[in-house]
Design a protein. Structure first.
Length: 199
């Protein structure tokens, strides 16, 4: 005759009906309270078999008698990975900007100069399309500067910036609009050139 072995007794203890497990005459409220490693392994094996007896752990979860298994959090990214992702994002944004068509030049940068009239003579249009707006106005400006003797040794030029706008360069210093230039005579020369270009 085979001898039966009692592994544990499971009891609910009043007044709150707390679950305790009795093994070898000792009661435990938590597996971590067991100091005997051999007894702990026997207990864990028995609990595993009870889960199998119920079908599987998910069956207990679906019955609402066991908490769902916690999904392990994804491993935290290293500083190097975060830096690489950040740089890749910046490069993608830079490439997108490069592929975007350049904005049309705005003459508002030069103090609200009038736009090119739509009824300009047909023969004038091809000449203005050959060079950028900045180059066209700069060519006119150079004539105005050359006509003023005291400006002969000065370097006053218009150039197109990377965004398609216009920059003013006076003796190596750059300005966004004529009003930023401290010398009113140079302001007047630039405005005159813009006016003539738009005429």
């Amino acid at each position: 005759m085979h001898r039966e072995l009692e592994v544990m007794q499971v009891l609910r203890v009043p007044p709150l009906g707390k679950l305790v497990v009795e093994v070898g005459g000792k009661r435990y409220e938590n597996l971590s309270e067991m100091s005997d490693e051999k007894a702990k392994r026997v207990m864990m094996a028995a609990i595993g078999e009870l889960i199998g007896f119920a079908g599987n752990y998910q069956a207990l979860v679906e019955a609402g008698v066991a908490p769902p298994l916690a999904v392990p959090a994804p491993p935290e990214k290293s500083i190097e990975q975060r830096q690489a992702e950040f740089l890749a994002k910046l490069e993608a944004e830079r490439d997108a900007l490069k592929q975007a068509p350049p904005p049309k030049p705005k003459l508002a940068v030069l103090g609200g100069a009038p736009p090119l009239p739509t009824d300009a003579a047909p023969e004038e249009a091809p000449a203005k399309e050959e060079a950028s707006v900045a180059e066209q106005i700069d060519a006119i400006l150079q004539k105005h500067v050359a006509a003023v003797p005291e400006m002969a040794q000065r370097s006053i030029r218009l150039a197109e910036d990377s965004a398609g706008g216009i920059l003013i360069e006076v003796d190596g210093k750059r300005y966004q609009k004529p009003g930023d230039i401290p010398e009113t005579q140079i302001q007047a020369l630039i405005k005159s050139a813009v006016k003539e270009w738009g005429a």
